[in-house]
Every structure is written in structure tokens, then in C-alpha cells.
Design a protein. Structure first.
Length: 215
């Protein structure tokens, strides 16, 4: 981006600046090359060395840019050889953390004894997001991902409540509780009484019966 060139000024004054001869002050400009629409603020520099030396104690950007954007500030000033420039290292503009918000709550699950159940949450907010699953209000060791799978369930797990706390640098939020229902384990069928052979006369009916156990 094209910046205004330095121009020698016969008489310049600025409140709070050291008293110097008018010939020693050169108004120069600096700005953010990534933002052409940013206004260029004039700053005064001394002629005392080969480096660009601002007389004012600090310089702030007139254009903050989008949070998280890498900014490079360009300084124009006077050097021994005339008007020169120097650029700062790139710096990331400040990012204000956004607290987490749950967009998809964990859903209740129904399984049979011996099966596992998986609970999942979805959340937004400034990364990184941290997760901690809880069972009946107590943190579950190692359950620190967006989803949690239980060990093989037993009848004693029936009715347990699962929640998750999602947190980041800006705060935390707790999900609604999801219930776990554990039904009796599925049992494969077993025939306990086989059907018996039948003998009938023509015109009669025959009935066959079987007895089995299982879920």
C-alpha cells in the first residue's frame, strides 16, 4: 500500500514534545498495511541516529482489525540518509474469549445389561474447550472428551444420570442430565420341549407344541 512520503516542514510544534529547532522535526506517517482504510496518524521523529526514533513515548494503532488477525505495523521516519521506514514483528490482535454454549444436549440412552451406552455433547465457544463428564454429580475419571462411553452396564446402573461440564478461559456451562435405562440382559432362546410326532386319521387335525425360554 502506498503511504504518504515524509516531507520536510520548516515549522512544526506538538504539545509535550521536546523543544527542538524547527529544522530538526520531520512529520512522518505510520499505518497498518493490512488495512488500507486505516487513517495514517502523523508522528514526529528525531534526526539523531540512523534508526527511526519516535519522540512520543508510545504509538497505538488506529485500526484494531478483526480479533485474531496478524498485524504488521509500518513506521516511517527520518534517518541520517533521509526519510526511512521500519516494520515491527507481526503481532496478533487481541481476542476476547467467548464462553462455551451447549448446542446439542446429551440424550438419554436405553441398553440391555452387558451393553455399553454412549453420551455425546456439542458446544461452541473459544477454543480450547474442556469437557468433564459426571455420573450422578460425581466426575468420571478420564471422561474428558465430547463423548463418553460407559463400561459394560449392569442392572445396578439403571436410572443413573449423566451430565457434562464444558469450560474454557471465559467460563463453563453444565449440560442437562441424560438418563441411563438398563433392561435385563438379552438371553438367546433355548427349546426346552421339542414338538412331538402326531398320528391321526384322515380328516382329523394334528397339533404340534414347543416350549422355549429366552428374552
Amino acid at each position: 500500500m502506498a503511504l504518504d512520503s515524509c516531507q520536510r516542514t520548516e515549522r512544526q510544534s506538538a504539545a509535550g514534545l521536546p523543544a527542538v529547532q524547527p529544522e530538526s522535526l520531520i512529520p512522518c506517517h505510520w499505518g497498518n498495511p493490512a488495512h488500507p482504510d486505516a487513517p495514517l496518524a502523523p508522528r514526529f521523529f528525531s534526526r539523531g541516529s540512523s534508526a527511526v526514533k519516535p519522540l512520543n513515548a508510545s504509538i497505538t494503532s488506529g485500526h484494531a482489525g478483526t480479533p485474531g488477525t496478524l498485524l504488521t505495523l509500518l513506521l516511517l521516519g527520518l534517518t541520517l540518509s533521509g526519510c526511512g521506514s521500519d516494520s515491527s514483528p507481526s503481532a496478533q490482535s487481541p481476542v476476547t474469549p467467548v464462553a462455551p454454549a451447549i448446542t446439542t444436549q446429551p440424550a438419554s440412552q436405553t441398553v440391555s445389561a452387558g451393553q455399553t451406552a454412549t453420551f455425546t455433547v456439542a458446544a461452541t465457544g473459544t477454543a480450547p474447550l474442556s469437557y468433564q463428564w459426571q455420573k450422578n454429580g460425581t466426575a468420571i475419571g478420564g471422561a474428558t472428551a465430547a463423548s463418553y462411553t460407559t463400561p459394560a452396564t449392569t442392572a445396578s446402573d439403571n436410572g443413573d444420570q449423566f451430565t457434562v461440564v464444558v469450560s474454557n478461559a471465559a467460563g463453563s456451562v453444565t449440560s442437562r442430565a441424560a438418563a441411563l435405562t438398563v433392561n435385563a440382559a438379552l438371553v438367546a432362546p433355548t427349546i426346552t420341549t421339542q414338538p412331538a410326532s402326531q398320528t391321526v386319521s384322515t380328516g382329523q387335525t394334528a397339533t404340534f407344541t414347543v416350549t422355549a425360554t429366552g428374552t
